[in-house]
Write a new protein. Structure first.
Length: 249
């Protein structure tokens, strides 16, 4: 959960985690005791999930919690440059367009520099979690910790497995039949294109046969057919073309 909490101070989940960093007298940033205990009680499988999610967490915080899959195309160009530089760890300067976008995203009650500092601190905290998790995985005693929760089952994968198991040989025959039909359609298509000497023939043929072991053979045969068709067209078509001067008689 990353949405704003209704109870308490009205902080988001990410900002609430940062509040735990205030309960310490140390000058350097340390992993909160609560998070350490949660990690200590995690099984190796759960710790591996946390390690695998590190990059996603870093991109989320450094990308200012932007949903890149849905929002990227609608973002201003300057904002895209800023987010890319933040994720890559490169220095950047904030212009007016970027400032307005950050203020709209963070809300009027949070200054933009505070909002950016919180996201940077969340990224730092994610690295601390990653470091502590890696340390626990190197501890042989951590292997004895049982799994507290099982991963939710993927219903779609289970249905696909069941369907494939019941289809058996029919599924293999059906798949082979569809593949044969697709190859036949492409073959007929390029025979026709070669016979009419289509100018885009070579480009489409090269794209279709990318990675094919018989690419050179197919290109050689079909290209010769295309050259022959082109020669016939150049030889015959002039006899059917009426000179433009005849219309002025």
């Amino acid at each position: 959960m990353h949405e704003t909490c209704e109870v308490g101070l009205g902080l988001s989940h990410s900002d609430s985690v940062l509040a735990e960093l205030l309960v310490t007298s140390a000058e350097e940033i340390r992993l909160p005791i609560r998070i350490q205990r949660q990690l200590d009680m995690s099984s190796p499988a759960e710790l591996l999930e946390i390690l695998n999610a590190r990059d996603t967490e870093l991109v989320r915080h450094m990308g200012l919690e932007t949903n890149f899959d849905q929002e990227w195309d609608s973002l201003p160009h300057d904002v895209k440059l800023m987010l890319v530089k933040r994720v890559c760890g490169e220095p950047y300067e904030i212009n007016e367009t970027q400032l307005n976008w950050i203020e709209n995203k963070s809300g009027s009650r949070t200054p933009y520099h505070v909002y950016l500092a919180r996201r940077d601190l969340n990224a730092c905290l994610a690295l601390l979690v990653d470091e502590y998790t890696a340390t626990l995985l190197r501890d042989p005693g951590q292997r004895l910790v049982p799994t507290r929760r099982e991963r939710p089952k993927n219903i779609v994968e289970e249905v696909e497995i069941e369907v494939v198991a019941h289809q058996g040989r029919f599924h293999l025959l059906n798949s082979g039949y569809r593949r044969l039909i697709r190859i036949s359609r492409n073959f007929i298509k390029f025979i026709i294109i070669a016979l009419i000497a289509e100018p885009e023939f070579q480009r489409e043929l090269a794209y279709l046969l990318t990675g094919n072991h018989f690419r050179k053979l197919f290109v050689f045969i079909l290209t010769r057919l295309w050259l022959y068709s082109r020669f016939i067209q150049d030889l015959i078509l002039p006899f059917f073309m009426v000179p433009s001067l005849s219309y002025n008689i």
